[in-house]
Design a protein around this ligand. Sequence first.
Ligand SMILES: Cc1ncc(C[n+]2csc(CCOP(=O)(O)OP(=O)(O)O)c2C)c(N)n1
Ligand SMILES: CC(=O)[C@@H](O)[C@H](O)COP(=O)(O)O
Ligand SMILES: [Mg+2]
Length: 639
Amino acid sequence: MHLSELSHPNQLHGLSTAELEAMARQIREKHLQVVATSGGHLGPGLGVVELTLALYQTLDLDHDRVVWDVGHQAYPHKLVTGRYKDFHTLRQKGGVAGYLKRSESRFDHFGAGHASTSISAALGMALARDRRGEDFKCVAVIGDGALTGGMALEAINHAGHLPHTKLLVVLNDNDMSISAPVGALSTHLNRMRLSKPVQFLSGSAEEAVKHLPFLHGELPTELKTLKESMKRLAVPKVGAVFEELGFTYVGPIDGHDIPEMVRTFQAAHRCEGPVLVHVATTKGKGYPYAEADQVGYHAQSAFDLATGKAYPSSKPKPPSWSKVFGQTLIKICEQDPRVVGITAAMATGTGLDLLEKALPGQYFDVGIAEQHAVTMAAGMACEGLRPVVAIYSTFLQRAYDQLIHDVGIQKLPVTFVLDRAGIVGADGPTHQGQYDISYLRAVPNFTVMAPKDEAELQRMLVTSIAHDGPCAIRIPRGEGEGVPLMDEGWQPLEIGRGELLTDGDDVLIVAYGAMVAPAMATAGLLQEKGLRAAVVNARFLRPLDEALILPLARRIGRVVTMEEGALPGGFGAAVVETFNDHELAIPVLRIGIPDLLVDHASPEQSKESLSLTPAQMADRIHERFGPVFRATVPTALAV
Ligand SMILES: Cc1ncc(C[n+]2csc(CCOP(=O)(O)OP(=O)(O)O)c2C)c(N)n1
Ligand SMILES: CC(=O)[C@@H](O)[C@H](O)COP(=O)(O)O
Ligand SMILES: [Mg+2]
């Protein structure tokens, strides 16, 4: 059977190893072809092709549940669950999502995108199953990186406490996170990977006798004692950490050997209580470039399959915001040994990999552990360091209590750089950086800011690090504005001070961060429509520059706010509340992301669909405040 003929994963049942291996080749071919064409996650999925086929041969996906952690590695899952023909639309507007999505397929039993959630979700399904007296299997497939996330350990702690709750955890151990894995658990797993698969020896004893009819598949007592003694002898070396936590540990087994995995999963399904099968895989398996550069091929934009190289861009691009951040932080760290950079397993994405190379002593990667990163930084700040924590806007959501409880309330001098703030594009709703403006507004003692360009980012960094309290700076994904940059000697900003970029009498545009450049473009288009707009670069969400904004608002009487963030509780809401507090009753058009999820698409497509392009914003402003408005409402109704 060819992969393209597969419409249901249960069609995998009964296929021979040779047929499954042929299908594995077809999956790899499709996976490579689509990701090379339109970009996406490459290495993770290539590493779990055989694992997916073997696991699904032992499950009935009309009844059993499988929860993939993160889901970035689940392209093989998508290909064997009816999405082969649409797979070429991966991560494109209206196409197949890059992560699992319950609304996309009945076989996507739980959505994700953020790491370390799978065991909790699968355990929840298992507990619900038992309450209903049903008997479907619940499986979590989690990577060695995601296993370092606190939630995963919380779930293991709970599951290990439930000896009668059947749950299978498949640990996909490829000895990689996005970068090299971090932590004692990763080190231990690596030691286990290198050990002999003890359990499997005893498993093969079962295999040897289970066909003997008079045993009815049961191990004779003496063999059971042999297996137990082997476990007692060997498990302390191999699976102790999981066995001590109440799991039956099996492995490590070869994650590219389909028959071995099928046998092991079948044995695991027969076990009572929680079982962890440790599968050793290779990230990027089957594509030499991805195997050789497992960091670089974690995710890729379109590339040439033959050479493994990205296609050269048509015109030179300015450095990314992340790169400017990383390079600037190196200079700051060189001048001030108190300053350290902290990442939660996102060194390459945040630009902190540059700091790691230049000043490894002032760099920390804590693994996928955002909560720990924030509170560790708080502890560092108590002892006189000036930590700079670089975490994507969306991933920092996971450490909200730490921001309030450990940093804000204690007013500790920690700088947060929220990368990927705003619309990120192909990663879709789980990764959009659309909530940080809203979620940071209420955190006590925080100074919250957003630069209009990379030069202002550099100034905000020195401002934050010098400030004796917590600061947060949001920066977007991708290239900067391409403005000239200084190498050092950046002039700090006055906290709470915005800037008037251009004046005008017809409408006041107050723009925040990455919306400042589009605001200036919008003002130019409004000029062509006969509306002269004043444009303010707010710079600060907290504290808002009232001394600048209020007089302009009173004088002009018509205000537009612009933010690349959620409107509920966002920057525009802060401006409206300020007007209200000062009894300034004037109309405000808030432009930003409405209260909705932004699906996967290119950032440009998403902005178009949200009417956030300069042309669309000019039309919206003209429609609201154009000649019609002037005829019906007198100017500023300042009280
Ligand atoms: C909470 C959270 N932090 C960070 C990330 C970014 N991220 C995506 S995949 C990944 C590495 C996952 O490693 P692993 O679980 O071992 O999967 P592999 O890529 O090796 O298959 C990270 C850090 C995330 N998705 N969620
Ligand atoms: C799966 C995951 O969460 C990361 O790989 C994420 O997709 C990286 O995003 P960027 O590509 O914006 O760095
Ligand atoms: Mg891994």
